[in-house]
Write a protein that binds this ligand. Structure first.
Ligand code: NDP
Length: 313
């Protein structure tokens, strides 16, 4: 008998969502993907969904505007993973998950729910700055609803997506590495953590049937990828055989630049501030009430930053 849970992925066409679908199929789970009627004639999304179907996923129709449809979708599976958008420069729909929590509560059959988190642990960001704290506050509202409804959960704290941060040498507004120059946050020495998005999806799917991760936060901290911005730059310099010209931005200079930006940009910049000036991803030890993914699943070969960089050569 196959004991692997049936999984429903919501937000499956997204940047992370599509990777979760792939990882779920690869790890042999019966995989369902929500198809929202609202996507209409978005041909890219439709084709992606049809592609998932070709690879063995089942498409389930359901809408956040139709409670019954969500309940019916949820009833077909054991585990729900939500990856709805939560990046202001793209789209931010975190609170829409409250409707999903209602549906999961009513359905009553879900063994595990993984809400759309996958970043900085919001529980550690009670003192975060405006306006970026909205991301953490909204994710905490969803957590509260999950816990009040008594829904079994796992929260995945995935630290920095490599595509955004490694690619741009940690500089806001950049996703490809310069061969000329780089601006460092202060001395560039605060440690951060960088994770390939495909690896985030692999670890996430690993957690869903693991009793050790039930009702816990799982941090993804690949040991070789706990690096400062300066170390990231040095890895790139080694690869291209050239030193970049470096300048530095003090905290105050950064804050001055931030206040002249639009709302969505300010939200993103707040996150950069906490990661690269405060070191918010690494300034704590993981306690007994949480787990670390690379320690739980040592057989997974994660992507090291130096290898991730090779695609940009
Ligand atoms: P995307 O912006 O790619 O969006 C994901 C999906 O959300 C969409 O494809 C869509 O799925 C669904 N969606 C969008 N709008 C709506 C809506 N109005 N109603 C219902 N569903 C909607 O998300 P990301 O992959 O960028 O983000 C996923 C998570 O990862 C978020 O929690 C985010 O905060 C986090 N994140 C973390 C980062 C880090 O560095 N740690 C970086 C980026 C994101 P569909 O149409 O298929 O239903």
């Amino acid at each position: 008998m196959d004991l692997r849970s049936k999984v429903l992925i919501i937000g499956g066409t997204g940047y992370l969502g599509k990777r979760l679908v792939k990882a779920s199929l690869e790890q042999g789970h019966e995989t369902y993907v929500l198809r929202r009627p609202e996507i209409g004639v978005d041909i890219e999304k439709i084709q992606m969904l049809l592609g998932f179907k070709k690879q063995g996923a089942k498409l389930v129709i359901g809408s956040f505007n139709d409670h019954r449809s969500l309940v019916e979708a949820v009833k077909q599976v054991d585990v729900v993973i939500c990856a709805v958008s939560g990046v202001h420069i793209r789209s931010h729909q975190i609170l829409i998950q409250l409707k999903l929590v209602d549906a999961i509560k009513e359905a009553g059959n879900i063994k595990r729910f993984l809400p759309s988190e996958f970043g900085t642990d919001p529980a550690r960001m009670a003192d975060a700055m405006e306006p970026g704290r909205v991301t953490f506050d909204d994710k905490m509202v969803v957590r509260k609803a999950i816990q009040e409804a008594g829904i079994p959960f796992t929260y995945v704290s995935a630290n920095c997506f490599a595509g955004y941060m490694v690619g741009g040498l940690c500089q806001p507004g950049h996703i490809l590495p310069s061969r000329e120059s780089v601006i460092l946050f202060g001395d560039g020495n605060k440690k951060s953590i960088f994770v390939n998005e495909d690896d985030i999806a692999t670890y996430t799917i690993k957690t869903i049937d693991d009793p050790r991760t039930l009702n816990k936060t799982v941090y993804i901290r690949p040991p070789a990828n706990i690096l400062s911005q300066r170390e990231i730059v040095e890895l790139w310099e080694k690869l291209i055989g050239k030193e970049l010209e470096k300048s530095s931005l003090s905290k105050q200079e950064f804050l001055n630049i931030m206040k002249d930006q639009g709302y969505a940009e300010q939200v993103g910049l707040t996150h950069y501030y906490h990661v690269f000036y405060d070191g918010c991803l690494t300034n704590f030890e993981i306690g007994d009430d949480a787990e670390e993914a690379c320690a739980l699943y040592p057989d997974i070969e994660y992507t090291k930053v130096e290898d991730y960089f090779k695609q940009y050569l």
